[in-house]
Write a protein that binds this ligand. Structure first.
Ligand SMILES: [Zn+2]
Length: 251
């Protein structure tokens, strides 16, 4: 069930038997010359749709701009300040809690969001209103999972791409977007074939060290077939994890 494709009476009906919702959360940032700027938001979104189709559980709107200051020297990148992101996550969760959602599962697509999301959860779990039950719901609990963070997904990436997987604009995330949006594949020469890998400082330093935006990766290895497999593999593990969380009692 997709929140944006449901009517309010349908959501009301859902809430008579369920109280869980999955929020895809990502970023709007450059992903090299062959990767879509929406990659980090699109990956959890397309996986979430598979999760919804197999579990029947609710998927909310995609939180699609995150923490991406180090990509700001590349056209099209958008970034939130951590304080803004925490404030918006709070408002999303408290809106959902108002209607009776009390198990909020964030499926993340961007490593740079993790610490801010965790800080948000600390505030939410200590909130004097949200941490208390009322007539409509139990205490609100949030959970974070990264779409790639399940052992079989990591194993597939390691065995398929080896040392060309890299750290940014990876063939796995690009493959997922190509499987979902094959008409937006971009095949352009990459030089060097595998991008450099090193530490970096601010946005200008990132641009100097990684001139085309990739870090350690060769995204020309991305195929629609592998992307479709990764969507299924991740969705299978996210579905199990989300179902367990949806049924979880309060601590
Ligand atoms: Zn990414």
């Amino acid at each position: 069930m997709i929140l944006h494709l449901s009517s309010w009476p349908e959501v009301d009906e859902y809430l008579t038997n369920h109280s869980a919702i999955l929020i895809p959360i990502g970023s709007t940032e450059q992903h090299g010359p062959t990767g879509l700027i929406g990659t980090d938001a699109l990956c959890p979104e397309v996986i979430a749709r598979r999760v919804s189709a197999t579990t029947g559980l609710m998927v909310g709107p995609t939180f699609n701009v995150g923490i991406a200051p180090h990509h700001m020297e590349f056209a099209g990148t958008m970034s939130l300040r951590p304080s803004t992101m925490k404030a918006v996550i709070y408002d999303w969760v408290s809106s959902l809690a108002h209607h009776g959602f009390d198990r909020i599962y964030f499926l993340n697509g961007h490593g740079g969001n993790v610490s801010t999301i965790r800080e948000s959860f600390e505030e939410l779990h200590q909130d004097p209103v949200l941490s208390q039950p009322n007539d409509h719901r139990r205490p609100v609990v949030c959970k974070l999972a990264n779409w790639w963070g399940f052992a079989p997904v990591l194993d597939f990436c390691r065995s398929t791409y080896g040392g060309a997987h890299g750290a940014h604009a990876t063939p796995s995330e690009v493959a997922i977007t190509y499987a979902a949006y094959p008409e937006h594949q971009k095949h352009v020469p990459l030089d060097p074939q595998i991008a450099p890998m090193s530490r970096y400082g601010d946005a200008q330093d990132y641009r100097e060290k990684f001139p085309d935006g990739r870090m350690g990766s060769d995204p020309s290895l991305a195929t629609v077939e592998d992307g479709a497999h990764l969507i299924e593999l991740s969705a299978q593990h996210v579905s199990e994890d989300f179902k367990t969380f949806a049924e979880s009692p309060c601590d």
